[in-house]
Design a binder for this molecule. Structure first.
Ligand code: THG
Length: 663
């Protein structure tokens, strides 16, 4: 199907949206009868049925001053928002009517070479799915998808040119809205652009704390067509975030501010921004930053838009810097965005919040002690984890998906870190993605399982995917086989599912070197070689590794040393990310020459007796290490407290303070 007219025109010229619907209607002082009776008074979305002429005139007033796009009177026409008026069974009818009215007026004003467009307005539900407050969070993601699908169905039937999901306050709800709109488009067998506009308060964050970087990453990953900001503030507070968007996305950017922040005068919201001030701001956004769409939200009148049209309407968009240098691929939490590949490498993925990798977390999950799991997560973040791997699989219980849902929701509010969803079950992946207000990483798929069931969810939610080099024959053991499998997975993901190379993270796995078995002695070398080949042959993809697998079965201190040296070589070969116990990563610089040499011999399989020599060294030095681990053992209480304060050992200090008090 050919690209939409709207997106085509956007390449040529700046488009001007209309001004306020809500505040314009309020200014008319309509009666209860106009709304269709006392019980419907104030329901602006119902006017499309009771007073279509009023809405038609409002649309015309903006088209007359030269606006290119009018928005349907349907902002709150979803079944949750209009339930208070008992209108929940008339959603499709209302939205269809809203779209037909706007379509009719827009067509009257359209001329050859000067199309006028209709944007189907979709506002928030009034519920906040990410909120911790259960009264606000009482709607599920799946319900929201249906709510917005139903609204979009009416708008599409009425003939809109695009869907505008606007005034977004909760990024998870915006995700659900995009999914709902997509579903309605699929069902109607049409392709229309989706424009998304979160709302930032004066602090630059969405209501639940999402900053503009995270909002961009999360929404762009959903493959929306236009991204921008509307409502809440005047243009002044939008300057920095709009500049950010223009510098960091190649999508068209829209900016639709209020006529300033309203003051309350005798119970009425008064918007003070003058038409000139709005036009000045938009001129800057268009000519300095490269915004593509401008318009007005609450408080903006035809006078405002008339001046905006005169100033910027129809002008050619700026060629933005970003189009020549696409920004680094990122993931996001509910709060912030992070580069997938941190510089310096590697990106650290905290491994502890894992029922299968930590006895403690396993017990906490068995006990449903989520608050304590949150503490484990916070410790990982404090220790330097950029991302958190989370796993809730337990053989003792059958509710992995439900525990995952609860945990994701808790972590989204409790840590600023994007999440890595570690599971082999597709329903668990789904539960996680539907409760995560960010762009997550799915861990993992392989050629044996997961790919065809999990990948559609990755696409739907814009998630990145860790792919293990495992096929029908099992785990690849040589660098060449690891590359061969990675190539197959790459082709399936990119060609069959439409993922981009940058959405793929290959984990070429390693076995432990602790057994000394002939069969596994080259495991580490082959893994390093696999990383080098994958990075060399598959441009744009990332690599990750569960590093501590290499040392399973060795003593703790020996493990941290071997992990550190192995990680060093992997990063040199091109490893981007590592799943580690963030609190126990020993910097390579702290590993001495003798330990490096012993580790290298083992990793690169250079000596027949490499494992024996490595183990012997650490057995010999274990006694010393014990002392190193607790130098306070030989100190008096005061000296010990002093040492601990110097070395920032919090638990130790608390313990000692307690015993000092008792003593
Ligand atoms: N690749 C990918 N995902 C993975 C792995 C991988 N997920 C799981 C695992 N491997 C990475 N996570 C861990 C978690 C814990 C440990 C190792 C890897 C670990 N646990 C201690 C042990 O077994 O000795 C247990 C300590 C305790 O109980 O507290 O070492 O490779 N994509």
């Amino acid at each position: 199907m050919s690209e939409s007219r709207y997106l085509e025109v956007l390449k040529q010229r700046i488009l001007v949206f209309d001004g306020a619907m809500g505040s314009s209607v309020q200014a008319l002082g309509l009666s209860a009868d106009d709304y269709g009776g006392a019980e419907l008074e104030g329901c602006i979305d119902h006017l499309v049925l009771s007073r279509p002429d009023v809405i038609r005139d409002l649309h015309a007033s903006f088209l007359e001053v030269g606006c290119d796009v009018i928005e349907t009177d349907s902002f709150r026409a979803n079944r949750l928002s209009v339930a208070e008026y008992g209108l929940q069974e008339r959603i499709v009818e209302m939205n269809r009517a809203a779209a037909e009215i706007a379509r009719g007026v827009a067509d009257q004003f359209s001329a050859a070479g000067r199309p006028r467009f209709v944007a189907g307005s979709i506002g928030p539900s009034g519920y906040l799915p990410s909120a911790s407050d259960p009264t606000l969070g009482r709607v599920t993601y799946d319900e929201l998808v249906e709510v917005f699908c139903e609204q979009a169905r009416g708008l599409i039937e009425g003939g809109v040119d695009l869907l505008a999901i606007e005034t977004g306050q909760d990024i998870l709800e915006m995700k659900a809205a995009v999914s709902g709109v997509r579903k309605a488009l699929r069902e109607a067998r049409v392709q229309l652009p989706i424009q998304v506009q979160p709302t930032l308060d004066t602090s630059g964050r969405m209501l639940l704390g999402t900053n503009i970087e995270a909002a961009l990453v999360t929404l762009e990953a959903l493959r929306v067509d236009v991204i921008g900001l509307n409502c809440s503030t005047g243009p002044e507070h939008m300057r920095q975030p709009i500049r950010y968007l223009c510098e960091n996305t190649s999508l068209p950017v829209s900016v639709v501010p209020n006529a300033g922040i309203p003051h309350n005068v005798d119970g009425v919201a008064v918007y003070g921004l003058t038409p000139k001030a709005l036009a000045d701001a938009h001129e800057e956004f268009v000519t300095e930053f490269g915004a593509n769409i401008v318009g007005g939200c609450c408080g903006t009148t035809p006078e405002h838009l008339k001046l905006v049209v005169e100033r910027v309407g129809g002008s050619a968009p700026l060629a933005r810097q970003v189009t020549s240098a696409p920004p680094a691929p990122r993931v996001s939490s509910a709060m912030e965005a992070f580069d997938i590949a941190q510089n310096p490498a590697p990106t650290l993925i905290g491994e502890r919040v894992n029922s299968q990798g930590s006895r403690k977390v396993k017990q906490l999950l068995l006990d449903d002690d989520y608050d304590e799991i949150l503490n484990v997560a916070r410790d990982q973040v404090e220790a330097g984890a950029h991302l958190l791997d989370i796993c809730t699989a337990l053989t003792e219980r059958q509710d992995e998906a439900e525990q995952m849902r609860i945990l994701v929701k808790l972590l989204a509010q409790g840590v600023p870190t994007p999440l890595v969803i570690d599971t082999t079950e597709v329903d668990v992946v789904e539960a996680a993605l539907k409760s995560n207000p960010g762009r997550a990483i799915i861990n993992s798929i392989n050629l044996e399982s997961g790919r065809d069931s999990v990948l559609p969810h990755a696409v739907e939610h814009g998630a990145a995917v860790i792919a293990l080099t495992i096929d029908e024959e099992g785990m690849a053991k040589t660098g060449a086989r690891k590359l061969e499998i990675a190539r197959r997975i790459h082709d399936i993901c990119v060609n069959d599912h439409g993922l981009r190379p940058q959405d793929l993270i290959f984990d070429d796995l390693t076995f432990t070197l602790a057994t000394g078995d002939e069969e596994f002695r080259n495991s580490a070398v082959e893994t390093i070689e696999g990383i080098r080949k994958i990075k060399g042959e598959l441009p744009g993809v990332f690599t990750s590794l569960g590093v501590s697998n290499v040392s399973f079965g060795l003593q703790p201190h020996a493990r941290t040393v071997l992990n550190s040296v192995f990680l060093h070589h992997c990063v040199e070969a091109g490893l981007d990310m590592a799943i580690v116990n963030a609190a126990h990563v020993t910097p390579y610089a702290e590993v001495d020459d003798e330990q490096r040499a012993l580790s290298d011999d083992l990793i690169f399989n250079r000596r027949e007796d490499a494992l024996a020599a490595f183990i012997a060294y650490f057995e010999e030095h274990e006694a010393e290490e014990d002392e190193k681990v607790d130098p306070t053992a030989s100190m008096g209480p005061e000296e010990a407290i002093h040492w601990m304060i110097l070395h920032r050992k919090k638990e130790g200090i608390e313990g000692l303070v307690d015993s000092a008090i008792e003593g």
